[in-house]
Design a protein. Structure first.
Length: 198
């Protein structure tokens, strides 16, 4: 098992990253704090200075990835001044985050342990436990309201946009997909052609 070196003061994040790597390699059923400690070349007791048990580490691993993802998406919204392009740029950031961090995509979406449920019907998106989707949904709704679209179209439009963005993320997070060129320009072109908010 390859070890992950760490510098004094950042052991908690190193343990989290090592845990993500271990789960992606071996699955959640083989996961333990002891194996994380071995991978980080620290004592078996060291992880317990940061996590009371395996369940807390798993929760913090999920929260860590979701927060990094939210930071990337919020950065786009905070620094955006063109409402008509915000969904395209948000989509680019969504795909870019997972293209740069494929281990996070596998960890978040391949495990059945995390409650990331999204509930919707033809009429409405009624429930979501995934903060990045909620941010995506609220931003899309704001854009569609500004464009005077009928609220009856909101749910289907949001799911269509999210399916496109999430699908592109899953493609670019796959190690077997190689794209020669400017990935974000390519993704932006697709999104501008397919995302319609007017």
């Amino acid at each position: 098992m390859e070890s992950i070196p760490y510098h004094h003061g950042n052991l908690k994040n190193v343990l989290i990253e090592a845990g993500i790597e271990l789960i992606n390699q071996n699955g959640i059923n083989q996961f333990s704090l002891r194996k994380v400690a071995i991978k980080c070349k620290v004592s078996h007791a060291a992880p317990y200075n940061h996590f009371k048990d395996k369940e807390q580490l798993l929760k913090e691993m999920k929260d860590y990835v979701v927060q990094k993802f939210m930071d990337r998406l919020n950065h786009v919204i905070i620094n955006h001044d063109n409402n008509s392009d915000v969904m395209v740029d948000l989509g680019i950031a969504y795909v870019d985050f997972f293209a740069e961090n494929p281990q996070y995509f596998q960890f978040i979406f391949s495990q059945g342990e995390f409650d990331l449920q999204i509930s919707f019907s033809n009429e409405a998106i009624s429930h979501s436990e995934f903060p990045p989707f909620e941010l995506f949904r609220k931003t899309a709704e704001h854009c569609m309201k500004n464009a005077d679209l009928s609220p009856a179209l909101f749910s289907s439009n949001i799911i269509t946009m999210w399916a496109l963005v999430h699908g592109l993320a899953s493609i670019f997070a796959t190690k077997y997909v190689l794209y020669n060129g400017d990935r974000n320009v390519f993704i932006g072109k697709i999104l501008r052609e397919k995302i319609c908010l007017s």
